[in-house]
Design a protein around this ligand. Structure first.
Ligand SMILES: Nc1ncnc2c1ncn2[C@@H]1O[C@H](COP(=O)(O)OP(=O)(O)O)[C@@H](O)[C@H]1O
Ligand SMILES: [Mg+2]
Length: 285
């Protein structure tokens, strides 16, 4: 690659998605169009396409491999293989750590109180009112339940553990339906935009029994920015990050998860967001 008047010439970068039979990723085109403005030729490719020569790219940006949950080992093996031949964003070690929410236990930031049930462990948690029970490896609230019935919560945790998965048991925070979850997007370590996300464990007109994962732009509060930046301090090497925050009963902000693998980035919601990501990518190259 060469740099001519601040613009790359002949740089090619893969935008990594999955087979996506339903066309769920509706931001790949806007992302790649913004890369072109930086002189970066983007090519949309499936992570599991055996015909792709990853070494031919100057960099590979993991974006929407939304089928990795049931194929995590295969996906991580692909990430490590790819990183051996080109630059991978985010790095394979980050993807490996971030695709299992057990990382939440090791982060020195406030998160939702969680009772963990690993395979072979007894199911043991206190009375919490309403419960959320979810697998530690998940996305899009897959295999996640919300219930006021303690027996049902125990049974779901036991079922996940019996299937070799680690279950997470949390109190249901109803603020996700009022204030809403706040997602802060950072590109190249710099704040880009924030989104109020809709609650997912509710009935919705579009997806009965399950809300949708979209939302609207929001201005984050200073305490949310402070927490998001503490979280990001733990992952200095990432190109893109989405820090998903809730509030606990006492009003203090807490991390629900940090998405460093396959976050939807809400690029079409805020003017300039795709350009900010493209600039961060150009700088990283
Ligand atoms: N403890 C909780 N209280 C309220 N809602 C929750 C809770 N945990 C998860 N949810 C809902 O389920 C969604 C998905 O859960 P999350 O932990 O973000 O896992 P993932 O997005 O990886 O499936 C959240 O965005 C939120 O709407
Ligand atoms: Mg989430």
């Amino acid at each position: 690659m060469v740099l001519t008047q601040g613009v790359f010439v002949g740089v090619s970068v893969a935008y990594v998605t999955f087979a996506d039979p339903d066309g769920l990723d509706d931001e790949k085109e806007v992302a790649v169009a913004a890369w072109a403005e930086e002189g970066i030729t983007g090519r949309i490719a499936r992570w599991d396409d055996p015909g792709v020569d990853w070494a031919a790219f100057d960099a590979v940006v993991v974006r929407t491999p939304w089928d990795y949950v049931s194929r995590r080992a295969e996906f991580l093996a692909w990430a490590h293989r790819t990183e051996a031949v080109t630059r991978l964003f985010n790095p394979a070690a980050v993807l490996e750590r971030n695709t299992d929410k057990v990382y939440l236990r090791d982060l020195d930031v406030p998160s939702i109180p969680t009772y963990w049930v690993a395979p072979g462990e007894a199911v043991d948690f206190p009375v919490l009112g309403e419960y959320v029970v979810k697998p530690s490896i998940s996305a899009g609230a897959r295999d996640t339940i919300r219930t006021g019935d303690r027996k049902e919560a125990e049974a779901h945790a036991a079922r996940l553990a019996a299937g070799g998965r680690t279950a997470m048991v949390q109190p249901y925070l109803d603020m996700v339906e009022t204030e809403g979850e706040t997602s802060l997007l950072y590109f190249g370590g710099r704040f880009s935009h924030a989104i109020r996300r809709n609650a997912m464990l509710v009935e919705s007109a579009t997806r009965p029994g399950r809300g949708n994962d979209h939302g609207e732009p929001r201005v984050p509060e200073p305490d949310q920015i402070a927490l998001a930046e503490r979280v990001l301090g733990e992952f200095p090497e990432v190109l893109y990050a989405r820090v998903d925050l809730v509030r606990l009963a006492d009003g203090s902000p807490a991390l629900i998860e940090v998405e460093l693998t396959e976050p939807y980035l809400f690029l079409r919601y805020v003017p300039g967001a795709a350009a900010t990501l493209a600039r961060a990518l150009a700088e990283a190259l």
